[in-house]
Design a protein around this ligand. Structure first.
Ligand SMILES: Cc1cc2nc3c(=O)[nH]c(=O)nc-3n(C[C@H](O)[C@H](O)[C@H](O)COP(=O)(O)OP(=O)(O)OC[C@H]3O[C@@H](n4cnc5c(N)ncnc54)[C@H](O)[C@@H]3O)c2cc1C
Length: 313
């Protein structure tokens, strides 16, 4: 592991902060510091920084932390978080192009105002960079159904355009190389009546609030739905067996460890019920996996990304 804490890094125009706590930048509000947090001013600043950065240094791009457990020891890397220079949204004909820092909800609303249907993004609380990396989706639509291409900065500082097909988007995953930072994504969308699209989004918000603990500190679905048999025939829709069901069957709805809890409202949501550490959350998740395996023989796979070290060395 490269000790990035003690290294001299290139001097960017944006903010480069050593030993920066990350908990407040994640939805679960847990975790230790990044050795360095880099918030580039714009794409040229990001590209120049990565070009000049020692190739041995690990780079971890984060979005708004809605799918992350940062472990308590923090991250031995340069964490990159995009901000204002990366959140423009433009509409051109049937295409919407959004900076990677734009929030999914803003993109959905902006598209709807222009009469384009990206409504599935409205209730996903992440950013466009995270949506691409995770092939985010809900209510039967995924990023993969709409993505045309992305622009990204490679680990060595080149700005490249990647056609969607080259990202091999599948259920909650993509083949974006490690250390590459998505800076922009272009989507195609079907036309729709703005008022009808707005009404659908209002309906989706109500549906979410009724079925998921949207007011709690969570990172969305904790585990992927176990692979089962599809009746729809969609390649990425072979998930009829629901994670929440096997968690219920294992008696883990509402289970607690320290400040972590499996939500009583939706048993596949791991929440910080107050004062949880990352170790509490990950430990409870592992206990759930163990109990589910014991009761149903199913191995649950984490959907939440867990990053960093368990303790500071
Ligand atoms: C209440 C709640 C409900 C949710 N519901 C859904 C849902 O219905 N469907 C769904 O798909 N997800 C859902 N999620 C999970 C989460 O919102 C998505 O996975 C989202 O796409 C993550 O985006 P983010 O910006 O928060 O990324 P982060 O959590 O910060 O990062 C996630 C991954 O994306 C990578 N990443 C982020 N930005 C970039 C970038 N610019 N370039 C390269 N890599 C990047 C990170 O390295 C990491 O690997 C939910 C979460 C919550 C809290």
């Amino acid at each position: 592991m490269t000790q990035t804490r003690l290294m001299t890094l290139p001097t960017p125009r944006g903010a480069l902060t050593p030993n920066r706590p990350l908990a407040e930048l994640t939805w679960l509000r847990v975790g230790g510091p990044a050795d360095w947090l880099f918030q580039p001013a714009d794409e040229a600043d990001l590209a120049a920084f990565l070009r000049d950065l020692d190739p041995a240094v690990t780079v971890f791009p984060m979005g708004v932390g809605s799918n992350l457990i940062v472990r308590d020891g923090g991250i031995r890397a340069v964490v990159i978080r995009l901000g204002r220079g990366f959140n423009a949204i433009t509409v051109d004909g049937g295409h919407v192009t959004a900076g990677a820092a734009a929030l999914d909800a803003h993109v959905a609303r902006r598209a709807a105002e222009a009469g384009l249907d990206l409504t599935f993004l409205r209730t996903i609380p992440g950013s466009i960079g995270g949506a691409v990396r995770m092939n985010a989706g809900c209510y039967g639509s995924y990023v993969a159904d709409h993505l045309v291409s992305v622009r990204a900065v490679t680990r060595s500082g080149d700005i490249v355009t990647i056609p969607a097909a080259d990202l091999h988007l599948q259920y909650r995953q993509s083949t974006l190389p490690e250390g590459w930072v998505v800076i922009e994504a272009s989507f195609s969308a079907q036309p729709g009546d703005p008022a009808a699209l707005e009404a659908r989004m209002v309906d989706q918000i109500a549906k979410r609030d009724a079925s998921q603990p949207t007011k709690d500190r969570s990172a969305g679905s904790t585990f992927r739905n176990p692979v089962g048999h599809s009746s729809t025939g969609k390649a990425d829709d072979t998930h009829e067996l629901k994670a929440w069901k096997v968690i219920d069957d294992a008696g883990m709805r509402g289970a607690r460890q320290g400040g972590a809890q499996m939500s009583t409202m939706h048993s596949n949501f791991l929440i910080n019920a107050g004062g949880a550490t990352a170790a509490d959350l990950e430990g409870l998740g592992e206990e759930v996996r163990k109990r589910v395996f014991q009761t149903s023989g199913i191995t649950l796979e984490w959907e939440i990304m867990r990053v960093g070290e368990t303790s500071v060395d």
